[in-house]
Design a protein around this ligand. Structure first.
Ligand SMILES: *Cc1c(COP(=O)(O)O)cnc(C)c1O
Length: 393
C-alpha cells in the first residue's frame, strides 16, 4: 500500500474500531472522558491538543507529502503563522518570494514585523537573487512554486542547499501544485505548507491549512529558559497546541474527504489547463500566457523534472491592457469571478485588485493587464466556449 491514490484513500482513514463504520466518524467533541486522573483512553484529552478526526487528516496529508508529521490548522494563514512563530525569534530574517500569496507577505511584513522579524522579498526563480538576499540572520527561506500569480518555477533542490548553507530552513508553500504533482520534502525542503482550502479540500466548501515537516533537528533560542522542543515537529506541535489555531472536526472531515480524490481531480484540472493554455497562445487578444506546461515557459524544463504535471492554474495578459483585463474577468459565465482556487468549479480573477490588492502600488505589485484562471474540472469544450464569449463580449 504505497501508491499515491491508495494512500490518499486509506492513510489515517481506517474504519472505526468500535462500530466498523468504513468512514471514520466526525469526532465532534471538545473533551474526552478520563478513566482515572490523567488516564487517557487512546491518548486524547482535549480537542485543541488532539482530536481523532483531525489526526486522521494530518496522517493522510503527511503520508502524501512524505513527511514525518503533519499539523492541521483553521486556515492556510493560521498554518503559516504557526510555522513562522515556531521557528523565528526577534532579529531573525526571512527570505520571501516576491511573486507569492499576498496574505503571506502581509503576515510577515505587518504581523511579524513589530516583533522584529525582518524580511526581503525576492524572485525565487533566481537562485542568485535568493543568495543575494540571505544574511547571517536568515532563518527561513519561504517559497511558492509555481508562484502566484505568474506561475514561475523555483528550483527546490537548489534552494534547499542554499538555505541549509545559511543554517536556514526551506519552507515550500505547496498549495498550487498539491502533493500529487510535487513533494517538496523529497527535494530537501524542511516543511511544506498548504492552504487546504484549495486543491486538497478541492470543493470550495471549507477553509483549512496544514504544515507537514521533515524529520529534522532544529534548535531555537530558549525564551525565559523555556525551549519548546528540538525537532521542527515538536516546535510546530507546541504552537498548534499553545496558540490554538486548530482545524475543527467538521472541517478536517471535509478536507479528508476531498483529499481522497486529489489525484483524479488534478489529472482533470491539468488536462483542461493544458488545452486552454495552448488555445490562449493562439488568441490575438492575448500578449502572454503563463503556464509551466507550455514549452516556451522559462521554467518548463525544471517543472518537468521537479513536478509530475503542470497543474490547473493559468495566468495571461491582455494586449489591450488593464480595462480589457477587468472587462474579461467580469464577462465569463461558467468561470465565476472570485478569489481562491483549486475547487472543482472554474474561477477567474483580476489579481492586481483582488488576490494581490494588498501589494498594489508596491514593488511586488502584479501587472494590471493580468487575468488568472483556476481551471475547474468541467468539460473542456465548455471552458473554451465560455472564454471565447468573454473575448468577444
Ligand atoms: C489561499 C492561499 C493561502 C492562504 O490560505 P487560507 O486558507 O486562505 O488562509 C496561502 N498560500 C497560498 C498559495 C494560497 O493560495
Amino acid at each position: 500500500m504505497s501508491g499515491f491514490t491508495t494512500l490518499a484513500v486509506h492513510a489515517g482513514q481506517e474504519p472505526d474500531r468500535l462500530t466498523g463504520a468504513v468512514i471514520p466518524p466526525i469526532y465532534q467533541t471538545s473533551t474526552f472522558v478520563q478513566d482515572g486522573i490523567n488516564v487517557l483512553r487512546d491518548g486524547h484529552e482535549y480537542s485543541r491538543g488532539s482530536n481523532p478526526t483531525r489526526n486522521g487528516f494530518e496522517q493522510q496529508l503527511c503520508a502524501l507529502e512524505k513527511g514525518a508529521s503533519g499539523f492541521a490548522f483553521a486556515s492556510g494563514i493560521a498554518a503559516e503563522d504557526a510555522l513562522l512563530r515556531a521557528v523565528l525569534r526577534p532579529g531573525d530574517h526571512v527570505v520571501l518570494g516576491a511573486d507569492g500569496y499576498g496574505g503571506t507577505n502581509r503576515l510577515v511584513s505587518r504581523v511579524l514585523a513589530p516583533w522584529q522579524v525582518q524580511h526581503t522579498a525576492v524572485d525565487v526563480t533566481d537562485l542568485d537573487a535568493v543568495r543575494g538576499a540571505a544574511t547571517a540572520r536568515t532563518r527561513l527561506v519561504w517559497v511558492e512554486t509555481p508562484t502566484n500569480p505568474l506561475l514561475g518555477i523555483a528550483d527546490l533542490a537548489g534552494l534547499a542547499e542554499l538555505a541549509h548553507e545559511y543554517g536556514a530552513l526551506l519552507v515550500v508553500d505547496n498549495t498550487f501544485a498539491s502533493p500529487y504533482l510535487q513533494r517538496p520534502l523529497e527535494f530537501g525542503a524542511d516543511a511544506a505548507v498548504h492552504s487546504t482550502t484549495k486543491y486538497v479540500g478541492g470543493h470550495s466548501d471549507v477553509l483549512g491549512g496544514a504544515v507537514v515537516v521533515a524529520d529534522r533537528e532544529w534548535h531555537v533560542e530558549a525564551v525565559n529558559g523555556f525551549s519548546p522542543g528540538s525537532t521542527l515537529a515538536e516546535l510546530v506541535a507546541f504552537q498548534q497546541f499553545a496558540a490554538g489555531a486548530v482545524a475543527g472536526p467538521q472541517d478536517t472531515y471535509l478536507a479528508a474527504r476531498g483529499l481522497k480524490t486529489l489525484a483524479l481531480r488534478m489529472e482533470r484540472h491539468q488536462h483542461n489547463a493544458g488545452q486552454i493554455a495552448q488555445w490562449l497562445t493562439q488568441r490575438p487578444e492575448v500578449s502572454q500566457v503563463f503556464y509551466p506546461g507550455l514549452p516556451d515557459h522559462p521554467g518548463h524544463e525544471l517543472a518537468a523534472r521537479q513536478m509530475d504535471g503542470f497543474g490547473g492554474m493559468i495566468s495571461f495578459r491582455l494586449r489591450a491592457g488593464e480595462a480589457a483585463a477587468r472587462r474579461f474577468a467580469e464577462s465569463t459565465q461558467m468561470y465565476k469571478l472570485s478569489v481562491s482556487l483549486g475547487g472543482v468549479e472554474s474561477l477567474i480573477c483580476w489579481p492586481s485588485q483582488m488576490t494581490h490588492g494588498c501589494v498594489a502600488g508596491t514593488e511586488n505589485a502584479v501587472p494590471t493587464d493580468l487575468v488568472r484562471l483556476s481551471v475547474g474540472i468541467e468539460d473542456v469544450e465548455d471552458h473554451l466556449e465560455d472564454l471565447e464569449l468573454a473575448f468577444t463580449s
